[in-house]
Write a protein that binds this ligand. Sequence first.
Ligand SMILES: Cc1ncc(COP(=O)(O)O)c(C=O)c1O
Length: 350
Amino acid sequence: MMFNPTDLLRPHLKQLVPYSSARDDYKGKDGVFLDANENPIGSITEENWNRYPDPYQLELKAKLAEIKGINAEQIFLGNGSDEPIDLLYRAFCEPQTDEVIINPPTYGMYKVSADINNVKAKEVLLTNQYDLDTQALLSAIQPNTKIIWICSPNNPTGNDVSLEKIEIILKGFKGLVVVDEAYIDFADRPSFTTRLNEFPNLIVLQTMSKAWGLASLRLGMAFCSPETVAILNRIKPPYNLSGLTQRTVLNALNNLEKKDQMVAEILENREELQNELEALEIVKRVYPTDSNFYLVKMKDAKEVYLKLIEKQVILRDRSKVVLCEDGIRITIGTKEENKKLIEELKKLSN
Ligand SMILES: Cc1ncc(COP(=O)(O)O)c(C=O)c1O
């Protein structure tokens, strides 16, 4: 039978009457707009922001579709990736009834969002090589399992999980498979967006917060089947992306070169940093990465973390995270920042 996400939808949402506005009926740009209780005079700022933004961000999606080589109907945009993560729970997971599967150690919001939505997140640990345990994953699936969350490249371990294993899950699971590619620009492989037409149950998450350097603007992207996009559109807050975000990102997308330059610089710094870290006596292991950070195992990680905070170098202590014992996550900084980091770590090595 053909996969249809509507079959997975929470029952009460099948009858939902979504919010509508007069601008669903009138699409023109010119007119006397007396429908939305806006201020007709202008804004208190120099630039005018007095009109509500496009709820479906069509101009932005058209540009993204061109860049990603997919259809605009396969794109959902949210206020950071955290919004589609939350909306997927709200659309498909009945509280206290449905389940999802996560693969710790992984990005924390899949579990936090499950907890907020009162949905059980079943944990299937990654292997010791930080790869998917496909056998354990497939046997953890129950009739009420709605979503499997896969993060690749994975946070906090940094590595891509094996792509063949993702494919096994996509083929072996009748629910939704999310592949979170927040760090894809730092990985040397094609995105799973190239496989969307093959797998109607695939949802690829990406973000403008990492390689594009726009974390403050909050823009997360979910690439998936048009049917899944339509479901998310029905339950999202009407104006979830500000006009400022839409306009700024649209301009940014015309500057792909700058993004590529920044990524190249970060990759160069990443390589340098690896060598410097590995030379340190307190460093036990630098894990291979496909992202803009390293997971590093250190002697006395917690101590290192606290000592570096005193020096105003802030790392992410992951030493209490399962399979990350003694682990610290280090974002690749600028050359100067990395130099300061290494200087401070050297002092601790003495
Ligand atoms: C794997 C992963 N997904 C999503 C996000 C969140 O991205 P956004 O800033 O778009 O909410 C992060 C942020 O650290 C992340 O590591």
